[in-house]
Design a protein around this ligand. Sequence first.
Ligand code: B12
Ligand code: SF4
Length: 432
Amino acid sequence: MNILLINPPNCGRSIPQEKFGFEFTPKIFRGEPLALEVLAGNLEGYETRILDLKAQEETLADVISEFNPQVVGFTCLTCEANTVLRLSREVKNWKRDITVVVGGIHVGNDPNFFNHSAIDYVVIGLGKASFRDLVSALEENKSPLTIPGVAKTNPSGNLSFIPRQYSREDLVESSAPRFDLVDKYRNHYIIQSLQMNMGFVATAFGCPNNCSFCSLAHIIGSRYLTHSTDCVIRDIKLLGNIPIIRLVDANTFGNAQRAKELCQALAKANFQKHFIIDACADTVVQYPDLFREWKQIGLHTVIIGFEEINNILLSEWKKKNTVSIISQAIKILHDLDISMVGDFIVSPDYSEENFQELARFVEENKVQLPVFTVLTPLPGTPLYESKKNKIVIHDLDYYTLTNAVTLTKIPEKEFYSLLTDLTTRFYSKATL
Ligand code: B12
Ligand code: SF4
């Protein structure tokens, strides 16, 4: 059986660009489709290929005609949902009997979106075990309907499936990601500002926290599953001499003890690489020594969701931060000489004064690379439930976290003009 795994092309639409001609979302990172490499790792015995349409434009029909897959699997974020539906239709138009499967973050949050005749199965949540079981069932002509996390589409009715009870076994650590399947795209996976290659490794899945806007926390029921240190070391080794390793976890330091053990294992392995991780501000403040130790083994940049500089909103969003914790975390990282990418969420309710306050905070605290997104009620999140009646833009192409999909308080043009100013002002000075 031939299996083609597809990373959809860069997509998503921009209101500030389309409506007002503003250009403000610089692309900083590009990266390998780790989800697909992970799935492929558990497909021993099958001929598997990855088509990365973000890295390189290729014609789907040509690839399908040459490779002749029996199964096509798409990974999918929210802003990619329409594109994946369109590509699934293309696959079906080309050859009706190809089995089309969709998985990924948007499926985990809103599986019903894909209950469509161009799609055969959706895989909800962690897919490594479910997808393997699905493919085996298809090959053996058995019913896949009893596989937890797998739903057969039923456009005239509702999706039904047995939810997976996630445990560490779902990470299927015995099989490594198939990094080799993206060899031909490897030169595209660079940090543009440094012109250096970057590889992705997962050390955990999920997050122990529960922020209301986050589409990662709820997919596996607020569990936090960690990979063994041996598995992380193996995957870094498999990436060879790539100098920068991005640990693409929702929260790399979600368990401080385990983050310490991982640090010791990395020290022993003596990789001489730069690491980029995701962590929370309160973790920095609670465990500064952990960050000091990680700095010694190559921690270069921490990506950190500061989100807001308003304590009421932080608490409303169930973020564990306060403005004081954020300032302390920034100071600790500066003292340790660790770079930071600071994520801030701009609410459509922002006034001009709010924009100015945020700019002042970023300036005074010297956040090296601030990234400003717009508060977006992503389907499947608690924020979506509380805001769904206020949503004015339902087209998921705009759910890139750079558009206001609820009404802005100040005139829309002014909102995007201030957002563009904020982004360009700090981006032009950014050093990492
Ligand atoms: C790396 C990354 C990227 C990379 C590479 C992604 C790629 N596929 O090429 C780049 C830089 C390109 C990127 C871009 C963007 N990203 Co991004 N990205 C991530 C990040 C940090 C890690 C994703 C990852 O590799 N996870 C590890 C893998 C192993 O986990 P996984 O993807 O969940 O896969 C598992 C399951 O979901 C499932 N599964 C996944 N796919 C499939 C497919 C099948 C067939 C099956 C069966 C199962 C399955 O099984 C997998 C293994 O168990 C996440 C945050 C995070 N920590 O998850 C944000 C994240 C996914 N990105 C996000 C966003 C918003 C974006 C952008 C829109 C940002 C922007 N404004 O430009 C763009 C969109 C790209 C586009 N289409 O234009 C959001 C998505 C929110 C949402 N609900 O859609 C996230 C969650 C971050 C956040 N702020 O919340 N991103
Ligand atoms: S800490 Fe980060 S990953 Fe965890 S729930 Fe909050 S926003 Fe999501």
